[in-house]
Design a protein around this ligand. Structure first.
Ligand SMILES: Nc1ncnc2c1ncn2[C@@H]1O[C@H](COP(=O)(O)OP(=O)(O)O)[C@@H](O)[C@H]1O
Ligand SMILES: [Mg+2]
Length: 256
C-alpha cells in the first residue's frame, strides 16, 4: 500500500510544487518507488520532474480514457502523471454523484506499484482539489510568512473539513509548513497568531521545521533536477530532508 500525500494551499507561489518535487527527490534517493501526480493544469510539477507534456495525462485517467499505468511517464527522477491545460476543464466534465472519488478509484489500480504517491494541487478550489483530498492519506499545507498565504489556507479550510466529514474520514492534516522563510522576512506576530488559530481549527500544527528562502530552490526546476540533487547541501534541501525524515522515516530514511 502506498502512502498518498497531497500538498495544498489555495494561494499560488507558496511552495506547493517545490515541496512535492523535494519530497519526490528525497524518497527516490532512499530507493523508494514514487509516483508524482500533477493536478495543476499549469503543469509545473511535470516540468520540474522532467516529464514531457505530450501523450496521456491525468486528465485522460480522470475521464476514464486510460489506466494509471498507461498514463504514467517514467522520468530519470520518478514516475509522473502529467497534466496540461485540458485538465482545467475537469470541473465541467466530471458528473455523477461520485465525482469526488474519481482519482481515488483510479489510484487503487496502482497502490501496490508505489511506496509513495505525491499529489500537487492547483491554486484553486475545484473538483480536482477535492479529488486530491479524497484520495490522500496525508495533507501538507505550505505557506509563506505573509497574510495572503494564510488567507489561502483559510479558504481551503472549510473544504478540508467537509472532505474529512463526507468523503475521507481518515484524512490526516499533518501540518502547516512555513516556506521561503528568512530572518529578514519574519512571520509577523499577527500572522503567526492567525496561523495558530487555523491550525487548531484543522486539528493540526505548524511544523517546527521551516524551509528557508534559498536561491537553489528557485533554480532547480530549470535544470529539471529536484532540490536535493541540484544542491543537496543548501539550507532548504537540508530542511526538506529533515522534515521528510520526521514525517516519513520509512520513506525518507532516518538520517544520513
Ligand atoms: N524555499 C524557497 N526559496 C526560494 N524560492 C522558492 C522556495 N520555494 C519555492 N520557491 C520559488 O517560488 C516560486 C513558487 O514556488 P512553487 O513551488 O511553484 O509554488 P506553488 O506551487 O505553491 O505555486 C517558484 O519560482 C519557486 O522556485
Ligand atoms: Mg505549483
Amino acid at each position: 500500500m502506498s502512502k498518498v500525500i497531497a500538498v495544498t494551499n489555495q494561494k499560488g507561489g507558496v511552495g506547493k510544487t517545490t515541496t512535492c518535487a523535494a519530497f519526490a527527490g528525497i524518497f527516490r534517493r532512499n530507493g523508494k518507488r514514487v509516483l508524482a501526480i500533477d493536478l495543476d493544469p499549469q503543469g509545473n510539477l511535470s516540468f520540474s520532474l522532467g516529464a514531457e507534456d505530450t501523450g496521456l495525462t491525468v486528465h485522460d485517467v480522470m475521464k476514464g480514457k486510460c489506466t494509471v499505468r498507461e498514463a504514467v511517464k517514467h522520468t530519470r527522477i520518478c514516475d509522473v502523471m502529467t497534466s496540461n491545460i485540458l485538465l482545467s476543464g475537469t470541473e465541467l466534465e466530471l458528473d455523477g454523484s461520485d465525482r469526488e472519488f474519481v482519482l481515488k478509484r483510479a489510484l487503487s489500480q496502482a497502490e501496490n506499484d508505489y511506496d509513495a504517491i505525491i499529489i500537487d494541487t492547483p491554486p484553486a478550489l475545484s473538483i480536482l482539489t477535492i479529488n486530491a483530498y479524497t484520495a490522500a492519506n496525508d495533507l501538507i499545507i505550505p505557506m509563506t510568512p505573509e497574510v495572503l498565504s494564510l488567507q489561502g489556507i483559510a479558504q481551503v479550510k472549510d473544504t478540508i473539513l467537509a472532505v474529512k466529514k463526507y468523503y475521507n474520514k481518515s484524512l490526516d492534516v499533518r501540518g502547516i509548513l512555513l516556506t521561503k522563510y528568512s530572518s529578514k522576512y519574519l512571520l509577523s506576530e499577527e500572522v503567526a497568531e492567525m496561523a495558530e488559530i487555523i491550525a487548531r481549527q484543522l486539528g493540526t500544527q505548524i511544523f517546527d521545521t521551516r524551509i528557508s528562502a534559498c536561491i537553489a530552490a528557485a533554480e532547480a526546476p530549470a535544470h529539471q533536477q529536484t532540490l536535493v540533487e541540484y544542491s543537496p547541501r543548501c539550507r532548504a534541501a537540508r530542511e526538506y530532508t529533515r522534515l521528510a525524515q520526521e514525517l516519513y522515516p520509512d520513506l525518507a530514511g532516518k538520517s544520513f
